[in-house]
Design a protein around this ligand. Structure first.
Ligand SMILES: [Zn+2]
Length: 377
C-alpha cells in the first residue's frame, strides 16, 4: 500500500507502517490523556476494581500513560498480524509484507485465487490472537490489584493493562465484522465459497464491506469523527480492491500471455536519438519499446523515461541515456494474471515476452484490460 514506511522485519517479512498509523499514535495518546479520569472510572467499573488516581492524574502523566497505551495498542496489532503470518507460512503461503493501518493491519499475501480451506484458519487466528492478548491484559489487572500493596502504583498498572485489555478485545470484535477487508470478511467468504464460486462469494463479502463503510462514514459525519471517516474510507477501498483482484483472477484464469500478446514488436536501438523515439510513439501509439543491442534485450524505454528529462535536453540525448535497464520479462506460457500483478506491483505498462533469448511478443496493461472488458460481457 502506498504511503507506508518500513520499520523492521519479522521472520523475513517486512513490517510497514502506514502514515495513518503514525498519525494515530499521538492522536490516541492525546485522547487517552485528556479523558483519563473518565476512562479510569469506566475501567474501574468494568473490571470491578477500585483504581487509585493519585499518580494517574498528575501533570503530564495522563499523556505519558496515553502514549504507553497507544504504543501497547500498536504492539497488539502487530501480534495480531504475526499470528496471521505464522498460520500462512505453515500453509505454504508467501507473505510479502505486513502493513499496520489505522484500524489494524493488512498482511499482503501472494495469492491469486485464495483457497477457502486455507483462508478460514488464517483469517480466524488474527482476531483470536487479539482476544488472547485482551484476556491476558485483563488478567494482569487482577494480578496487579491483588499483588501490589502500593495503591497509587497499582492504579497506574491497572489502568494501563485494563485499557489494553479493552482495546484488544475491541480489535477482536472489530476484525470479526463480516466485511472485507476485515478478517471477518474472509471468514464469511470462506463459508460462502462452499456453496458458490469464489468470485461470487467475494463480491457478496465485499458488498457487505462497502455497506459497513457507508454506515461508518455516515456515523463519522454525524459525530464529527475524522477517525471513523478514515476507517470508512479504508474499508471501502479495501473492499473494492479485493473484489477486483478476485474478479480479474476469475476472468483471466486459463488465459496465458501467449493468447493475448502482440507479436509484431517494435524495438529500438540504444543509439536512437530521443526525438526519434518520441516520433515513433506518436506514429505507433505505443508508449514504450524494448531496447535491443546486438540481438539482446537490454532494457525498456517508455514515455515515463522521456518525461524524466527536461524538454530542452531531449534533443541531444539517446535512448541509452534515458532507458530503464534490465527489463522484467515473461515466457509465453505465463498466466496473464501474473503479468497484470507484476505490472501493478512495479507500476509498468508493458512486459516483453521472451522465448529463450528472443523477443516473441509484448503484453500491455491496456490489452489485458480490454480482454477483461470483453470477458465481462
Ligand atoms: Zn487480521
Amino acid at each position: 500500500m502506498n504511503g507506508s514506511l518500513k520499520i523492521g522485519s519479522i521472520f523475513d517479512i517486512p513490517i510497514l507502517i502506514h502514515w495513518t498509523f503514525i498519525l494515530i499514535i499521538p492522536i490516541f495518546a492525546w485522547i487517552i490523556g485528556s479523558q483519563i479520569l473518565l476512562t479510569t472510572e469506566l475501567i474501574a467499573g468494568l473490571y470491578q476494581v477500585p483504581i487509585d488516581t493519585s499518580i494517574i492524574s498528575v501533570g503530564y502523566i495522563p499523556y505519558i500513560l496515553g502514549t504507553i497505551v497507544a504504543l501497547g495498542l500498536f504492539a497488539g496489532v502487530l501480534l495480531h498480524e504475526i499470528a496471521h503470518c505464522i498460520v500462512a507460512k505453515r500453509k505454504g503461503i508467501k507473505i510479502n509484507s505486513i502493513t499496520l493501518l489505522i484500524f489494524g493491519g493488512i498482511s499482503s499475501m501472494e495469492e491469486g485465487m485464495p483457497d477457502p480451506v486455507v483462508e478460514l484458519p488464517m483469517a480466524l487466528v488474527g482476531p483470536l490472537a487479539s482476544f488472547a492478548v485482551g484476556i491476558a491484559c485483563s488478567a494482569m489487572v487482577y494480578v496487579f490489584f491483588v499483588g501490589i500493596p502500593d495503591a497509587p502504583v497499582a492504579g497506574v498498572l491497572v489502568f494501563t493493562f485494563g485499557y489494553l485489555g479493552l482495546l484488544n478485545v475491541f480489535l477482536f470484535a472489530f476484525n470479526l465484522l463480516p466485511a472485507f477487508p476485515m478478517d471477518g470478511g474472509r471468514v464469511l467468504r470462506a463459508f460462502l465459497a462452499r456453496k458458490m464460486p469464489l468470485h461470487k462469494a467475494t463480491r457478496i463479502a465485499a458488498d457487505i464491506g462497502k455497506i459497513f463503510a457507508v454506515i461508518f462514514g455516515i456515523t463519522g459525519i454525524f459525530f464529527f469523527s475524522p477517525i471513523l471517516l478514515l476507517i470508512a474510507f479504508f474499508i471501502y477501498i479495501g473492499a473494492s480492491q479485493e473484489s477486483t483482484v478476485v474478479k480479474y483472477s476469475f476472468l483471466l484464469k486459463d488465459v496465458t500471455v501467449n493468447d493475448m500478446m502482440s507479436r509484431d514488436v517494435m524495438t529500438v536501438a540504444p543509439s536512437m536519438p530521443v526525438p526519434d523515439v518520441i516520433n515513433m510513439m506518436y506514429q505507433s501509439k505505443h508508449l514504450g519499446f524494448p531496447v535491443i543491442e546486438s540481438g539482446h534485450l537490454i532494457g525498456m524505454v517508455t514515455l515515463a523515461d522521456v518525461h524524466r528529462v527536461p524538454q530542452i535536453d531531449r534533443d541531444a540525448m539517446q535512448v541509452k541515456d534515458i532507458m530503464t535497464r534490465g527489463a522484467i520479462t515473461l515466457p509465453p506460457a505465463a498466466p496473464v494474471i501474473d503479468a497484470l500483478r507484476i505490472m501493478s506491483v512495479n507500476n509498468i505498462g508493458r512486459i516483453p515476452v521472451m522465448e529463450g533469448e528472443d523477443i516473441v511478443g509484448i503484453v500491455t496493461r491496456t490489452d489485458i484490460l480490454k480482454v477483461i472488458e470483453l470477458k465481462e460481457t
